[in-house]
Ligand binder design. Structure first.
Ligand code: IPE
Ligand code: IPE
Ligand code: MG
Length: 231
């Protein structure tokens, strides 16, 4: 499982809470707790990069109170988890737009990124105010006629504040039953293996990550060519 870029669409927090008679925000709190265990598990399994969809550009369309709760949780996550990241040698980056985030959140993002910049373990990428279509449009404006896929990826990383980036996604996991991409890493997922589970995100744990990685290991990736045995 070394050298993998895993991406997760962490969906189902709201339904998890509603089934328990709780407010949607309680689902987001439980979801944030689930993130910690999955990050540790990914780090210990040698995953190279883990991209987590935390807040999409379209999530601004939700009620103000829910959005404010999510922003507070993100801020708290960054403030409390930076030291844990350092302990586990996790490098933390935030991808997506920054111009619509609050000044305090942007400062917390910059602090977490600076503090963990030298970490050489798992690269944890939180997608916040992220839209793949928006990123692709921005990168396309910067691209020239000679821009090839690798250069275009670099432009995307620049637009996304992704630094040296993580490149193509190997395995995309979506929790919460829906089977769609919801504008996440569309360029990077060109040849990603897709894994959908009915588990709601707050219930997703290390054993579920293990199951997804095992499913990935059993697949044959061909990238348009023929399988080795058919050559
Ligand atoms: C995912 O859970 C978290 C975010 C989108 C921020 P949802 O809030 O979308 O949960 P459901 O899909 O309504 O259950
Ligand atoms: C995708 O989930 C975004 C995140 C998980 C952050 P949504 O719940 O927003 O996606 P849709 O609306 O079901 O497509
Ligand atoms: Mg959802």
């Amino acid at each position: 499982m070394h050298n993998l870029h895993v991406a997760i669409i962490m969906d189902g927090n709201g339904r998890w809470a509603q089934r328990r008679g709780l407010a949607r925000t309680a689902g987001h709190v439980a979801g944030a707790a689930a993130v910690r265990a999955v990050v540790e598990s990914a780090a210990s399994r040698g995953v190279r990069a883990l991209s987590l969809y935390a807040f999409s550009a379209d999530n601004w369309r939700r009620p103000g109170a829910e959005v404010a709760g999510l922003m507070r949780l993100l801020q708290r996550y960054l403030l409390t988890q930076t030291s844990r990241c350092l302990e586990q040698r996790v490098r933390l980056s935030v991808i997506g737009r920054r111009d619509r985030l609050g000044a305090r959140l942007v400062r917390a993002i910059e602090h977490a990124e600076r503090a963990t910049a030298g970490c050489t373990g798992l690269h944890l990428r939180l997608a916040v105010d992220y839209s793949a279509q928006h990123s692709i449009l921005q990168a396309a404006r910067l691209a020239g006629e000679d821009t090839g896929p690798a250069d275009f990826q670099r432009l995307l990383d620049q637009v996304d504040h992704a630094g040296d980036g993580a490149g193509a996604v190997d395995l995309l996991i979506r929790t919460g039953s829906e089977q769609r991409l919801s504008d996440f890493l569309l360029w990077e997922c060109a040849y990603a293996e897709l894994y959908f589970t009915e588990r709601m995100w707050p219930d997703f744990g290390p054993a579920d990550l293990q199951a997804a990685l095992e499913s990935y290991a059993s697949r044959q990736r061909r990238f348009g060519a023929l399988a080795a045995t058919a050559r």
